[in-house]
Design a protein around this ligand. Structure first.
Ligand code: ADP
Ligand code: GN1
Ligand code: MG
Length: 365
């Protein structure tokens, strides 16, 4: 293990002997490690991360957000008789009592490791996906009365789909990595939908869709499941908690979880939008939130799914054009493969939008 990582880890683990540090999980943004220590003969586990400060430009304020939100969530979970250590992220401070450590080059943080848990990289059946819908629905309720004014915008205009469109256009014009010729078809697909980019954004700006405290990164692998019971336990990855729309939170889950294949599948024939999975998620999400959602939100849930898929496809494509500077990649054309998957899903969702809306209405009543 790199010397810097080991040293940084020690700022959190103190006198305990570090037995191992291994790469862990499949997130696209941070570098994540499982740390095992020996504390008086007992093995302890921690979740350790090198925070991506290219993505999160102000880590101290980001960590302040997470501290505030996790304190708030933990208190509420405890009040309702839950196990806050298992149902929420818990920051482990450095021995100076700070929620992160900066070594002059990189930022690090540590969380309690939620043990005997698993994540899914693809919905393995309706039950799993339904479980994740319950988890995200409950999470939305849990943080609903958190004061949005306390939150710093960790990534400005994160889900401003129109801005994402402009970013893609600029990346294509600049063609800094010389890859434009490899993705002309995908660019054409994205550019043809320009007029739709603002659908949700404009309704949010006008107040028609309410702004709420939202998670903003609600994909399936940001939920931990109990390894044994397979029930969802905790919503994690709180880096993008900000003011936003539940249409987008619902939509991002759909984008990822209704795909019959992996998010980076190369064989597009395997990539299909599964309406049965959509129904499972809608049923779970609305069972938690139907009394809370405004009509304008319910009406736009399905559209939110299309928008998040469109946006995510554009983000992957932009990153491909810029030479893979944002998302972690592990092979050539990785971001292009990911963009293609999103655009294939989007094409299918466009055809199924009326059916998706019908399903929403069925469970919103
Ligand atoms: P990224 O921002 O890169 O997606 P995440 O915070 O989502 O990073 O963490 C990556 C993965 O690490 C998660 O998908 C999950 O598998 C695992 N993970 C994160 N936090 C914990 C935790 N506290 N306990 C157990 N596993 C965790
Ligand atoms: C990133 O961090 P992770 O892997 O949970 C990204 C999301 C994308 C997602 C696509 C901060 O999520 O916005 O939708 O990849 N997170 C950030 O898989 O950009
Ligand atoms: Mg994640």
């Amino acid at each position: 293990m790199e010397e810097g990582i080991l040293k940084a880890c020690g700022r959190f683990t103190g006198n305990a002997a570090i037995k191992s540090i291994e790469r862990y999980g499949e997130g696209h943004i941070n570098d994540t490690f499982l740390v095992k220590t020996d504390e008086n003969g007992e093995e302890k586990k921690y979740l350790f991360q090198r925070i991506n400060d290219k993505v999160f430009k102000d880590v101290p304020r980001l960590m302040n957000n997470i501290k505030l939100v996790t304190d708030f969530a933990r208190k509420k979970i405890t009040e309702r008789g839950g196990d806050a250590d298992r149902e929420s992220l818990t920051i482990i401070p450095t021995h100076d009592g700070e929620p992160y450590y900066y070594d002059g080059k990189d930022y690090y943080r540590m969380y309690k490791f939620i043990d005997r848990s698993i994540t899914y990289q693809i919905s393995e059946g309706k039950e799993t996906f339904y479980q994740s819908a319950l988890a995200f629905g409950r999470f939305a309720l849990l943080i609903a009365d958190f004061d949005a004014n306390l939150l710093f915008e960790s990534i400005p205009r994160f889900h401003d789909t129109r801005k994402r469109f402009t970013d893609l256009k600029n990346a294509a014009e600049e063609n800094s990595a010389g890859r434009k010729r490899l993705c002309e078809k995908e660019l054409e697909f994205a550019f043809a939908r320009e007029d739709r980019a603002g659908i949700i954004v404009d309704k949010l700006a006008s107040g028609e869709i309410p702004s709420r405290v939202t998670h903003n990164d609600t994909k399936l692998n940001n939920v931990l499941f109990d390894a044994e019971s397979k029930k969802a336990i905790a919503v994690i990855d709180l880096d993008t908690i900000m003011a936003g729309s539940l249409c987008y939170d619902f939509g991002d889950s759909i984008r990822f979880g209704c795909n019959t294949a992996a998010e980076d599948e190369r064989d597009l024939e395997k990539v299909n939008f599964d309406i049965g999975l959509f129904e499972a998620y809608a049923k779970g999400y609305l069972s938690e939130l139907k009394g809370v959602l405004k009509p304008s939100e319910t009406e736009n849930l399905a559209t939110g799914a299309l928008m998040m898929t469109y946006e995510c496809g554009m983000r992957f494509l932009e990153d491909f054009l810029r030479g893979d500077v944002y998302f972690n990649v592990s092979r050539e054309n990785h971001n292009l493969d990911r963009a293609r998957v999103q655009f294939r899903l989007l094409g299918q969702m466009e055809e199924k939008l009326p059916q998706m809306k019908e399903i929403i209405n069925k469970y919103a009543g």
